[in-house]
Design a protein around this ligand. Structure first.
Ligand code: ADE
Length: 224
């Protein structure tokens, strides 16, 4: 999968992609991430990327020219399956969307800032608008990192068997059951007996029951 991220703050995005699973996915050739600084495409003398909004009102708006220039350049090089705009008024990200996007080959992600982006970008280039939750971030970069992380771990081969995404919370509309590791007792706090029993039928049943119980108490909406 190839992901191109358009941003005015490229430094914000270097960290998330240079560690752990996102780093490994790139090293193993499952993922290519290209970060583009929108400012480099500005034809303005001072390389500005925003301007006052028509009609007045507080807050700057990201200008159409430099964003259009990056998108046109990239689109001339290859076709994109999705061009996503990270915005608090987009559809709220959930596992089903991550699953769907993990099957794509090429994704472009535009990170918004300030009061927003000139609406013509959204009308003419954007194919999908995604929010990572009902709160407002300073910009779309952290949202883009969350989105890419949630997609990349679903690409076959990125995770090994032990960390397989199939048993993640949400994959079957259930939260994950509790997990334990050694020692079997700490400060008098014991690991549930059944997990030490070696009876895999019983263990599986215990996990299913706990997953259901946890989902019912914490996220009953998932069971509807
Ligand atoms: N940009 C600002 N807030 C955001 C959010 N909640 N999700 C995605 N992008 C955003």
């Amino acid at each position: 999968m190839r992901i191109d991220i358009l941003t005015i703050l490229p430094d914000l995005l270097t960290g998330p992609f240079s560690d752990s699973i996102m780093k490994r996915a790139q090293e193993k050739g499952h993922l290519e991430v290209h970060i583009h600084n929108i400012r480099d495409y500005s034809t303005h003398r001072q390389k500005s990327v925003d301007d006052y909004q028509y009609g007045g009102g507080a807050g700057m708006v990201m200008s159409i020219q430099p964003i259009s220039a990056v998108i046109e350049k990239l689109k001339a090089e290859r076709a994109y399956d999705e061009i996503i705009f990270m915005t608090p008024d987009g559809e709220v990200l959930e596992q089903a969307i991550c699953n769907e996007l993990s099957l794509k080959g090429t994704i472009m992600i535009l990170c918004g800032h300030y009061k927003g982006v000139d609406e013509r970008i959204r009308e003419h280039y954007i194919t999908r608008e995604i929010s990572i939750g009902s709160y407002v971030l300073s910009g779309g970069e952290l949202g883009a990192a969350v989105l890419v992380d949630s997609i990349v771990r679903l690409i076959p081969g990125v995770l090994n068997d032990e960390t397989s995404a199939l048993t993640d919370s949400f994959q079957d509309n259930l939260l994950s059951p509790p997990v334990y590791t050694r020692p079997p007792e700490f400060n008098g706090w014991k690991v549930p007996e059944v997990l030490l029993s070696g009876d895999f039928g019983k263990i599986e049943k215990w996990r299913e029951d706990r997953a259901l119980e946890r989902t019912e108490s914490r996220r009953p909406d998932l069971l509807e």
